[in-house]
Write a protein that binds this ligand. Sequence first.
Ligand SMILES: C[S@@+](CC[C@H](N)C(=O)[O-])C[C@H]1O[C@@H](n2cnc3c(N)ncnc32)[C@H](O)[C@@H]1O
Length: 285
Amino acid sequence: MTSNEAATPAGAAAASDTGAGTEGPLPFDTSVAHQARVYDYLLGGKDNYAVDRAWAQATLEIWPGMAFTARANRAFLGRAVRYLAGEAGIRQFLDIGTGIPTAGNTHQVAQEIAPESRVVYTDYDPVVLAHARALLTSSEAGATDYIDADLRDTGNILTKAAQLLDFTKPVAVTLLLILPAIPDSDDPHAIVARLMDAVPSGSYLVITHGGSDLIEQQQRQNLDRSWSGKIQQQLTWRTHEQVARFFEGTDLVEPGLVPVEEWRQQPASGNADKSALWAAVGRKR
Ligand SMILES: C[S@@+](CC[C@H](N)C(=O)[O-])C[C@H]1O[C@@H](n2cnc3c(N)ncnc32)[C@H](O)[C@@H]1O
């Protein structure tokens, strides 16, 4: 990821050469790593290419904590969706930046608690689109849909999502590990505000995001150098304060904006590993 605290790293310029920053579905490209395929590799999936594995291995040499960070993010998805479908009583989900389907997709977790849950998935990677059928396996009482779109094409996503979701009733908008792929030049805060403007009071916002203040500066600079031109997305680290700003207009559910592994973690997990991700769930006022 690039940090917007530091001077623009070499990776940012090289990434835009590969198409990052251009709105629209991604091309299928095996000459550079893709975020969705790298994440799949880190979670033990098979939908990745040599270029994704090489990127992951080079990154793990600099930042061995990346593997734990990916697993902790996916575990958080389960805890957050269980909280929303259970305690919070949410029945509608808009999951943007879905990733390649794996165990515990949003609709599976939600429908285990509330079979009538409706879930709309959105991603812009052609490999996710190719596997979208695995996301369209709703319970009979509920429903799922898939939109092939770029988060920055926000109006289009909202229009299509409204075919399945009732925007007069609360919706949980989940943006897990997608906002790092939206550079400041595309104003991610305005995109999140637009999404949250479209849903009523009592809706929820869920975000995980790489924290520039959760990783050593030298390590981050080494990563930015190593990533230069090797991954499709231009990845941006953000501080606790910058991530907190996404939640303006919401009240954070306890324990607030914390490292992802600390959010309502099972007390007995006993794991001392540390991620580099901030995570929170906010309820719209
Ligand atoms: C690291 S994966 C996270 C998957 C899932 N949300 C999770 O947390 O388990 C990030 C996903 O966001 C998608 N993504 C990144 N930028 C995007 C954009 N501008 N529009 C739509 N999807 C995007 C990538 O293709 C990838 O599948």
